[in-house]
Design a protein around this ligand. Structure first.
Ligand code: SF4
Length: 341
């Protein structure tokens, strides 16, 4: 039986690992490469590092010089390996390498487009809908998406990590018996240690009226090495649903497909959220290819989002009409499971 499925034609496995390790003065070592903590310590964050790997455009060079002042830049070696060094329109590269356009503030751009800060009774906890809460885990992610809705929080050093806030969160949840659904989301919850995550999930699960716990994470795409059997056991123990984040089929590299397999084999239900991004995935064929490869790896495409009007993301946004047109191009033209909401 065929196991995990990656689009082979799109991926040259291992071709650039030596080159990436040399940026840090190290030789490629498979054991180190597969250690998620090594990956986190060796993220590309500076212009000089990107210069050694990519033929940068003037816009990317300027973006890398300035973007760090607004919203951090970081790319794991794993994700860096998937970037096309010659093509600035590479859909992987466009998601994580800043461009000069990020410095442009368009009409209607907002710092907090979803108004989350207004509905936050406890720091890092958003309670907008009666029966659901959103819990922001950390202020770090494995890599930084250039279109992040929470750029005001993520990488800014202002949000205490969840372990330091957890007592107040648990107290709030215990008192609010109307809450039945907890979503723990980015900065990425799966960057916590297994023990921390186990403890926090255990405390949430011990509250009788909490029926449903989800984690939103881009770790399987940015850092598949983090999906260890021990982590899968923690997620399974607490009956967690996982909402992944994929924007392009090229993200489904063999390591990522294997991580999805570990999660699905471990009994963790998997869905995926996709952000519609101009120049990355705003055509029917690209979306279809993504949603098909997700299904092949037992990940249900769940939501297709319009890119939020976050400051500096105008170059990524498509019109709402285009989003509706794209969904129309999918519905009835492929498996129903491959059509997100
Ligand atoms: S993974 Fe999510 S929270 Fe983190 S940078 Fe990307 S969009 Fe933002």
């Amino acid at each position: 039986m065929k196991e995990s499925t990656a689009p082979d034609s799109l991926y040259l496995e291992g071709a650039r690992r030596e080159e990436i390790c040399q940026i840090f003065g190290e030789a490629y070592d498979p054991a180190r490469w597969n250690d998620w903590r090594w990956q986190m310590r060796h993220r590309l964050i500076r212009l000089e590092q990107f210069e050694q790997l990519l033929r940068l455009t003037p816009s990317e060079r300027r973006g890398l010089q300035l973007a760090n002042e607004k919203f951090s830049v970081a790319v794991t070696p794993h994700f860096a390996e998937l970037m096309d060094p010659e093509d600035p329109d590479c859909p992987i590269r466009r998601q994580v390498v800043p461009r000069e356009e990020e410095l442009v503030v368009s009409r209607g751009d907002m710092v907090d487009p979803c108004g989350e800060d207004h509905d936050s009774p406890v720091p890092g906890l958003v309670h907008r809908y009666p029966d659901r809460v959103l819990l922001l885990a950390l202020d770090t992610c494995a890599a930084y998406c250039r279109y992040c809705t929470r750029a005001r929080l993520v990488s800014q050093g202002e949000l205490d990590p969840l372990p330091r806030r957890v007592d107040a969160v648990i107290e709030y949840l215990r008192e609010h018996t109307e809450v039945r659904d907890v979503l723990i989301s980015g900065g990425d919850p799966l960057l916590m240690s297994d023990d921390r995550l186990d403890e926090i999930l255990g405390r949430i699960r011990a509250i009788p009226h909490i029926e449903f716990v989800r984690i939103g994470s881009r770790v399987p795409s940015f850092l598949p090495q983090r999906i260890t059997p021990e982590l899968v056991a923690v997620l399974r123990r607490h009956r967690v649903w996982l909402s992944l984040h994929f924007c392009h089929a090229r993200e489904m590299a063999p390591d990522v497909a294997a991580a999805c397999d570990r999660l699905a084999d471990g009994g963790v239900p998997l869905g995926s959220q996709t952000v519609l991004l101009k120049g990355v995935n705003d055509d029917v064929q690209t979306l279809k290819e993504l949603f098909h490869v997700l299904l092949m790896n037992r990940v249900r495409p769940y939501y297709l989002y319009q890119c939020d009007p976050v400051v500096g993301t105008g170059h990524f946004r498509t019109s709402v009409a285009r989003g509706i047109e794209l969904i129309g191009g999918l519905r009835g033209h492929t498996t129903g499971y491959a059509v997100p909401t």
